[in-house]
Write a protein that binds this ligand. Structure first.
Ligand code: SF4
Length: 236
């Protein structure tokens, strides 16, 4: 039997609202983990993984599961949104975190933000109330074989509580998102299109077109409240 992990590689933790997806606007504690297995050109959290630009020792810290649990509990009630980076790289540690939170009497409703390249274990599936899966399209600049894992996408598509957010920069990407969803069994009523933007000005310029693309394809639109309200600021 594999020993339960004792640490998580943490980037940051803060209390805010969920800015994207189905539960946008809900109060939440964000726990951002370090490390990612993809390399999106427009990534707005490169400080979690791009050690050619950022100092890993300054940007991340290896924390015991118990310390992470105490930190999350200290932020008060609300959802726990685990993000990254790619938090699924540390899913066994997250299962241990759920147990530690429960032991503190601080169990949370969990959301996990993931690019959908790593399938959840049965234990992880029991922890998470809502999956926010954001498969990366060709415009992300990733190697398609790394970014699109058909077996994993199908596994998420089969979960009742998985939503798919696609970051789109143009209408071709909206079509690519729809094709990707259809090819992997993702129901249209679980698809949200979200504008690609890392600052408020770009967001405002692109969002109306993305709403039109979503409506004409019978899928939803996801705002990016953090970008609209705070631009590219960290920790909000
Ligand atoms: S998957 Fe997410 S964290 Fe990783 S590079 Fe892409 S946008 Fe950044």
């Amino acid at each position: 039997m594999t020993a339960s992990p004792r640490h998580l590689l943490v980037s940051e933790r803060f209390r805010t609202i969920q800015g994207e997806g189905r539960s946008v606007g809900m109060p939440a504690v964000f726990l951002r983990l370090g490390g990612c297995n993809l390399r999106c050109a427009w990534c707005d959290t490169k400080y979690t993984w791009d050690w050619s630009q950022y100092d890993r020792a300054k940007e991340t810290s290896k924390q015991t599961i118990e310390d992470v649990a105490r930190g999350v509990a200290s932020e008060g009630p609300g959802r726990l949104v685990v993000t990254g980076g790619e938090p699924m790289l540390q899913q066994n540690g997250l299962v241990a975190l759920a147990a530690a939170l429960e032991a503190l009497g601080a169990a949370r409703t969990w959301e996990v933000e993931t690019a959908g390249t790593i399938a959840p274990t049965p234990a992880m599936r029991r922890v998470v109330a809502q999956w926010n899966v954001s498969p990366k399209l060709s415009g992300s600049g990733n190697d398609p074989e790394r970014a699109v894992r058909p077996d994993v996408l199908r596994a998420f598509a089969a979960l009742d509580h998985a939503w798919f957010k696609f970051v789109v920069g143009d209408e071709d990407e909206a079509d690519e998102a729809m094709a990707l969803a259809a090819a992997h069994g993702v129901r249209a009523d679980r698809v949200l299109l979200m504008p690609q933007a890392t600052d408020a000005e770009a967001y405002r310029a692109r969002a109306p077109a993305v709403v039109d693309w979503a409506l004409s394809r019978g899928v939803g639109f996801s705002p990016r409240a953090h970008v609209a309200i705070w631009g590219g600021r960290r920790g909000v």
